[in-house]
Design a protein around this ligand. Structure first.
Ligand SMILES: [Zn+2]
Length: 250
């Protein structure tokens, strides 16, 4: 996740309540996962990927997805035309109509960009943010974040404690995973790595790698009028210095 805002917190609280206000959580999407597998050594990659794909469906139902022929979707489609199979990843993109300036990625290659972020940034900066999110997927930050959420989630542990039974990924568990994705807070080193990845990706795509730096500056300006909006971690200055260092190495 690139950043968070108070609106994201509102969404999180909705998810935490265990059922969405509009009742869109769908237990029919539940996937069966061996309850005994909910231990670090046994939670296999396929289960985490399945959980990620289901969580993506959950979020797509929760948010308003921009129609395929809308200006937002058309713009995103053009920007990502060569990036559906990229760097060994299968990626899928959608725009959420949302006032929350945000973008996030999931382990299964799901990338979501909020309309407010697209309103705020020119094409090259949006592409930089997308490249940063792809970095989280490629470098397995998203995977490890979801796996960790699955291992530490109380509801999962309750299923696991039943011992040997087959547990289903319930609506509330999906909600908890969705919350983890929307409010994900990666480590400082993960964020710097994703920035580095974006710089290299932009260069490889024939784009200006400084767009990554500019996207951070745009967010910084936005946050000036919205106290607490960008509690960046690591600091913006540290990110910008890292980006400049990486660009010099290109
Ligand atoms: Zn990030």
């Amino acid at each position: 996740m690139l950043l968070k805002s108070s609106f994201a917190l509102f969404v999180v609280l909705l998810f935490l309540s265990g059922c969405a206000a509009d009742g869109q959580f769908n237990t029919e999407k539940a996937v069966q996962i061996g309850a005994g597998a909910l231990q670090a050594t046994m939670l296999d990659e396929q289960s985490v990927m399945q959980a990620a794909a289901l969580t993506a469906k959950e979020l797509d139902a929760k948010y308003q997805v921009a129609a395929a022929n809308s200006p937002y979707a058309t713009r995103l489609h053009t920007l990502t035309a060569n990036m559906h199979n990229y760097d060994g990843l299968r990626l899928n993109y959608k725009v959420y109509i949302s006032k929350d300036v945000n973008a996030f990625a999931m382990a299964d290659g799901t990338i979501r960009v909020h309309s407010a972020l697209m309103d705020l940034m020119p094409d090259d900066q949006v592409l930089a943010v997308i490249s940063h999110e792809i970095g989280h997927v490629k470098l397995k930050h998203s995977y490890h974040q979801m796996k960790e959420d699955m291992l530490t989630n109380v509801a999962f542990q309750a299923v696991s404690s039943m011992g040997g039974a087959i547990g289903a990924l319930s609506a509330s568990q999906l909600g908890a995973l969705a919350q983890g994705v929307v409010s994900a807070r990666f480590s400082q080193s993960d964020e710097l790595e994703a920035d580095t990845y974006a710089v290299r990706a932009l260069k490889q795509l024939g784009k200006d790698p400084y767009a990554m730096k500019r996207s951070i500056e745009t967010l910084q300006q936005q946050s000036a009028s919205n106290a607490g909006f960008l509690s960046s971690h690591p600091s913006n200055q540290k990110r910008i210095e890292n980006i400049q260092t990486e660009i010099r190495r290109l």
